[in-house]
Design a protein around this ligand. Sequence first.
Ligand code: PLP
Length: 439
Amino acid sequence: MTHILHRQIHASLPVATAGRGVELFDADGRSYIDASGGAAVSCLGHGHPDVIAALHRQADRLAYAHTGFFTSEPAEALADRLVAGAPEGISHVYFVSGGSEAVEASLKMARQYFVEKGESGRRNIVARRQSYHGNTLGALAAGGNEMRRTQFRPLLVETHHIDPCYAYRYRREGEGEREYGQRAAQALEDKLLELGPDTVMAFMAEPVVGATAGAVPAVPGYLKRVREICDRYGVLLILDEVMCGMGRTGTLHACEQDGVAPDLMTIAKGLGGGYQPIGAVLLSRQIFDTFANGSGMFQHGHTYIGHPMACAAALAVQEVIERDDLLANVRTMGALLRTRLDERLGQHAHVGDIRGRGLFIGLEMVADRTDKTPFDPKLKVHARIKKAAMERGLAVYPAGGTVDGVEGDHVLVAPPFIVNEHDVDQIVDRLAGAIDTAT
Ligand code: PLP
């Protein structure tokens, strides 16, 4: 008997009692390879001694001081580090406690920026149908995951959704990747013109779509074209790297691989690696200066922003990633994981697509791989794969939902950056067994 309102009320969950490296352990002594870090959170694995030591040190000195009264050493040091590694033009950081809060804050920054610039007619948000930006009301409004939105629609501000960049389903026969990317980006310009470009404040997108679709990277050239369109019409580009950022794709930020710098970027999950809840918005000099020379404030705030313990944990996580050159391991092990998945599951009757970047790989499950027919949603294939994987000692992230009327089942594999060859083989072995059982 539990008094927690769990996500799935009738699910019987194992009790997690310990974590070490890539493994989690439950109260019955079973072990699981944490092959998705929850939802791409645990980038360093579990129980890292350097992060634990940093947390001890910080707890000993200062656990909390309200940011209306004080700043703190770990928050300042973390902001310095994040700006030093940020895309061009980013000059400041706003700390929050997770991904949804980061997205909410980024939307309010965009709105306040235009109000302070005297362009208060800019209020529209454009985003994409295949996307997830969080569960708070602003973030849910921006996201395009219908399953999560439907019953809350009356509470959501109107957002204007365009087609995603989803080559597996939307690239036409004979169309090159770049050509498709230009066509997909054109949907943004068309939407801006339809709405009236000077009514739009921001376009929001995940460079690699995560929770909705199991890792869908934009095709080459798509984000560059999106950036040009935003610049042309004075619309802010918000890149949501909550899931795909902080090293997950093999570079610190996913958008580096697209050669694009946003005006606002949201990060969370891998920032603190699960050791503490933390997220952030990275903002451009232009936005900062507008606030600094205008009202002198950002009209927002939560009790736990810039929490010293959270910042100390994130700082330690990021220092270890740099010191141990773990992004090189993400690239090497990511390539190996992809090869092994292709070898083992590339021709599987029910695996339609394997895609992603670095250690952020998605599999799209289909009833028929020749014509890409999805499974009947009632079968809940993604949930069955998750269950079968857990029975084999493997935790992978399942996603199911509708994209433009197409029901889809996806599995996300996003193991910690410390995985080795043996771990990769184990992950692929157990996942292949789970897929065979569940499909
Ligand atoms: N944005 C993206 C891209 C995400 O994947 C998520 C969570 O999965 C969020 C925002 C919301 O983050 P959180 O669950 O920390 O609120």
